[in-house]
Ligand binder design. Sequence first.
Ligand code: IDP
Ligand code: MG
Length: 148
Amino acid sequence: MPARGILRGDMEKTLIILKPDCMEKRLAGVVLDRFQKAGFDIVAAKLTRLAPGLLAEHYAHIADRPFFPPLAQFMGSRPVLVAVLQGEGVIAKVRELLGPTDSKKAPKGTIRGDFGTDVTVNVCHASDSPESAVAEIARFFLPSELFA
Ligand code: IDP
Ligand code: MG
């Protein structure tokens, strides 16, 4: 069987973070299964606890919002699974599979609609554009850690 996900370094990639609520509810497998069933490959993955400095960088676009301190506290509350997914159209498709930010407004059948709690506690992060995907992948992984 050909090693899917190997030697396709030019293919589109996105960064996902299975958030603390996802890990606490033991939903990592269920969520990854949805991405894999959609045809995407996992080309990097690790468990890590997000430090305040890294969270400030990752959430720089919302660091001045009143909800940032509780968000940072939530995101650093337990180890999370950070991964890179690869495949054609993966950035937009993974966002579609997640559903909107607010879990309460997310339709059933989406990951946040099925498993999320609210606007902060919403199961999974995913890059929102090609530019942020490149920056976020470089934030969490060395090039040598990508099997892409
Ligand atoms: P996204 O995760 O859907 O891309 P962003 O706007 O990039 O949404 O916000 C990053 C994260 O910040 C969200 O996933 C959520 O956890 C949290 N967040 C966003 N907006 C709000 C809000 O209005 N209240 C509380 N938390 C929020
Ligand atoms: Mg975002």
